[in-house]
Design a protein around this ligand. Structure first.
Ligand code: SAM
Length: 385
């Protein structure tokens, strides 16, 4: 898997003829406000995009791109290889009546996109991760399109934040069968998890799209990434500028920030490692604890992702043998430092996974785990040195 050169997610989308990344656009003002808040937190207020050259890779169905286009960049290039996503992009821009910059759509994989042009802002959300060699190359390629001083916005999927999803995949795979067709699998999982999703008050996607993108998508267990890994992949040629959520404080005196002592990346990683355990549950506000414990937790969750990938279809025996011991280590690691309901949720998931047969009813009725969702979609902005 590590040397696989395929776009796993893209193949999955194409095979099932889906682009499961639609947002609720009934209230466009609200959607635009959400996008504007995200950009602002990443250090990109609307005026900064005006008149700039912007490249967005993997825009999916273009639901986020319509906001960016209304900020009136000078050029707006989109690179998206999923045929259904491309069709959605063309349609959504046809319908957009607000003043905007018309994007140029390249119906290509990033690997096949070539240009001599450099951009002020490069954006990608939901792809690529940082674990597969192929994704590492793609992340590096993205950064190569930036002008010096340009800004790159990316999302990253931290493995600690992925825990709730890995566990839901393990549960979900015990409900569906390989012989069910894609639609039936989607319906069964919707039936099981809709009582969980209803607890996510700010959810802006349909259950169906969430299930197809997070539960059935084979890419999820290899999509993880961390800020530290990003910096390594990018060879420290970019500096971390901002993040969502805000991980880092910087109380150093600005007059001390020159030459080697600037250390923006090192300061960010230090701060991130103090709070990263909080990613396991989106309801938690950040609290601090030992860096050593958090590094250990990250390592466990990194392994949990891979073990989930390798065992999620293999049933209870392999769960008990290969996964439960790791889950116990994770529970042990966070036991003293996180709210009781997080532990109760993990223990409840473990107890369910140890049942010989899991019914949809059992999943629906989960008392603690039904409200546990991690911070999966986090963001980083970088400035090119
Ligand atoms: C999870 S979706 C994210 C869509 C959108 N950015 C969003 O946040 O809603 C991932 C996107 O990555 C695209 N993708 C996958 N492999 C790609 C590749 N090799 N080059 C460019 N885009 C790719 C998929 O087609 C899909 O649209």
């Amino acid at each position: 898997m590590r040397n696989n050169n395929q776009s796993i997610e893209l193949e999955y989308y194409k095979k099932n003829n889906i682009s499961p990344v639609h947002y609720n656009l009934k209230n466009l003002k609200k959607h635009f406000e959400i996008r504007s808040s995200l950009y602002q937190l990443l250090g990109v207020p609307p005026k900064l995009v005006y008149g700039k050259d912007v490249l967005e890779v993997a825009p999916g169905s273009g639901h986020n791109s319509i906001y960016t286009a209304t900020l009136m960049p000078a050029t707006y290039h989109l690179v998206e290889p999923n045929p259904l996503g491309c069709q959605d992009i063309v349609n959504i821009f046809k319908k957009l009546s607000l003043r905007h910059t018309k994007p140029k759509l390249y119906k290509l994989k990033l690997g096949n996109f070539k240009t001599k042009k450099l951009y002020d802002i490069v954006i990608t959300e939901g792809w690529p991760g940082g674990y597969l060699d192929f994704d590492k190359r793609m992340l590096k390629k993205l950064s190569s399109f930036l002008k010096p001083g340009g800004i790159m916005l990316i999302s990253f999927f931290p493995p600690i934040g992925g825990m709730a999803t890995y566990l839901r995949r393990l549960i979900g795979n015990r409900i569906i069968s390989n012989s069910d067709n894609f639609k039936d699998q989607t319906n069964s999982l919707n039936n099981a998890f809709s009582s969980h999703l209803i607890n996510l008050k700010s959810m802006s996607r349909s259950n169906e799209h969430w299930i197809q993108d997070s539960m059935l998508n084979p890419y999820i267990c290899v999509a993880h990434n961390t800020p530290e890994l990003c910096l390594k992949i990018l060879n420290h040629k970019l500096q971390i500028y901002n993040s969502v959520p805000k991980f880092a404080d910087d109380w150093r005196w600005y007059k001390s920030l020159h030459g080697k002592s600037k250390n923006f990346n090192e300061n960010f990683i230090l701060e991130y490692n103090k709070v990263s355990h909080s990613l396991i549950d989106y309801r938690i506000n950040s609290s601090r604890r030992s860096i050593k414990k958090n590094r250990e937790l990250e390592k466990f969750c990194f392994n949990f992702a891979i073990k989930t990938k390798n065992n999620e279809r293999l049933g209870i025996k392999k769960y008990k043998q290969n996964i439960e011991p790791l889950l116990k280590k994770i529970i042990q690691n966070i036991k003293k430092d996180l709210p009781k309901n997080v532990l109760q949720a993990l223990i409840e998931a473990n107890n369910l996974l140890k049942k010989k047969k899991i019914d949809i009813y059992d999943v629906k009725e989960m008392k603690y785990f039904s409200s546990l969702f991690g911070r999966e979609q986090c963001y980083l902005s970088f400035i090119k040195n």
